[in-house]
Design a binder for this molecule. Structure first.
Ligand SMILES: *[C@@H]1O[C@H](CO)[C@@H](O)[C@H](O)[C@H]1NC(C)=O
Ligand SMILES: *[C@@H]1O[C@H](CO)[C@@H](O)[C@H](O)[C@H]1NC(C)=O
Ligand SMILES: *[C@@H]1O[C@H](CO)[C@@H](O)[C@H](O)[C@H]1NC(C)=O
Ligand SMILES: *[C@@H]1O[C@H](CO)[C@@H](O)[C@H](O)[C@H]1NC(C)=O
Length: 378
């Protein structure tokens, strides 16, 4: 705008000069002054500015003088800063009082070293749905964030897990990127991390090794669904309680894989390539398991499972028959003896078997064994 105004006023001056020359007393002939245009200043917009909607105009001043004009600082939450969905290209200057920072749904493509420089109290940063790539994440950008607990960077353009993450992190969400690399030691200092979400990325077996998840002493939830794994991850923290591996190409589970997993409650392996031979006998006999998803695989038989399992999903496999005697954790004839001891009864409540080649009716021994079964989908 400034440039345009400048050119315009230069133009007006020239016209005026010409006008004066025509109407005034015939002046002495004079060489016209040569006007050189001002240097072109490169636009500060990103290269693809035309593909981006314009940034929103700054809002009204806030009661907080340090509130960035492009964000909202709610009076009742002085520690929160809302800068989400504003067409932002860069991280605004974050006041040091902020704990909760919302930057999701913008066009931010870089995290320079100074992005959070003064905001050392940050606990929570949401950068979901931006355009951040690894090249533009400065190696030191997280260095000052010693209190950071949650870092959300879903749906960006990351190709690897950022290194130098704060060791205080408890939740790291990186789903929906293009991640095909995990630098060695990326997670090794994150001893308080409870949730690691890497679903919808490009992870292959090559990327995961015995040490990848080493050091994650508090990890409870691991989501590796929707990647390109053909094998189970080599080593997973044993105290985990939720493991999601849906939508990979896993063919088998190594014998003894879940030995010493005493907290695993939720295991999802839907949409893989599991066959009966890929499932060792008793592999799902994990005493803590409550919820087991094996839908959309290639199983011909119902695998055995622990007595406490409550939900079993086996839809869209190749199961043709179901034998209650075989899957019952006790001899069916003994169930009556256990009937008064609710603690001991098999706990299965929900069984899903649709999309197989099973015929009705449900065999009687299933009903005899699983007395708590509330629903069976055939
Ligand atoms: C950090 O704070 C100083 C002093 O208040 C200020 O001058 C500077 O612009 C701030 N820098 C960033 C990146 O927030
Ligand atoms: C991990 O959490 C504990 C307990 O909240 C805390 O004392 C410790 O400082 C945390 N570790 C890091 C590296 O932040
Ligand atoms: C399952 O595990 C329990 C103890 O955890 C054991 O008593 C039982 O024999 C096992 N069943 C199978 C089929 O491996
Ligand atoms: C179920 O399995 C048991 C033990 O393997 C076998 O004796 C029985 O005949 C089977 N029942 C049916 C209906 O196939």
């Amino acid at each position: 705008m400034g440039q345009l105004g400048c050119i315009l006023s230069v133009g007006i001056i020239l016209t005026t000069v010409v006008y004066c020359q025509r109407t005034g007393v015939r002046p002495r002939p004079k060489r016209p002054k040569v006007v050189t245009p001002p240097p072109v200043i490169e636009p500060t917009e990103p290269n693809h500015a035309t593909t981006l909607p314009p940034p929103f105009p700054p809002g009204p001043p806030s009661v907080f003088p340090d509130c960035p004009r492009e964000c909202t600082c709610p009076t009742i939450y002085p520690n929160a800063l809302y800068c989400d969905s504003r067409n932002l290209r860069v991280v605004p200057i974050i006041p040091s009082r902020i704990h909760y920072l919302y930057l999701q749904n913008n066009f931010i493509d870089s995290l320079p070293e100074k992005a959070f420089r003064n905001a050392t109290e940050l606990r929570w940063i949401n950068l979901d749905n931006n355009r951040i790539s690894n090249k533009k994440v400065d190696k030191k950008v997280f260095d000052t964030l010693t209190s950071l607990l949650f870092l959300y960077m879903e749906k960006n353009r990351l190709e690897e897990v950022p290194s130098n993450l704060p060791s205080s992190l408890e939740q790291l969400r990186l789903a929906g990127n293009q991640i095909s690399k995990i630098p060695s030691g990326a997670f090794s200092k994150l001893q308080n991390l409870t949730l690691l979400d890497l679903h919808r990325n490009k992870l292959t077996d090559r990327v995961l090794n015995k040490n990848t998840f080493k050091g994650l002493k508090s990890l409870m939830q691991l989501n590796l669904a929707h990647n390109s794994l053909r094998k189970m991850p080599p080593t997973i923290p044993k105290h985990i309680f939720q493991l999601y591996l849906d939508k990979n190409s896993i063919k088998e589970i190594p014998n003894g894989y879940f030995n010493n997993f005493h907290h695993l409650m939720f295991l999802r392996l839907n949409f893989n390539q599991l066959t009966d031979t890929g499932i060792p006998n008793g592999i799902f006999n994990v005493s803590s398991l409550l919820d087991l998803h094996l839908s959309h695989n290639k199983l011909n038989a119902i695998p055995s499972f622990n007595r406490k399992l409550e939900h079993l999903y086996l839809s869209h496999n190749h199961i043709e028959k179901i034998n209650g005697t075989e899957i019952c954790p006790y001899p069916v004839s003994k169930i009556d003896l256990l009937f008064n001891d609710l603690e001991k009864l098999p706990r299965l409540r929900y069984l899903r078997l649709d999309g197989n080649s099973l015929q009705q009716p449900v065999p009687m021994d299933i009903m005899m064994c699983f007395r708590l079964l509330r629903m069976i989908v055939l």
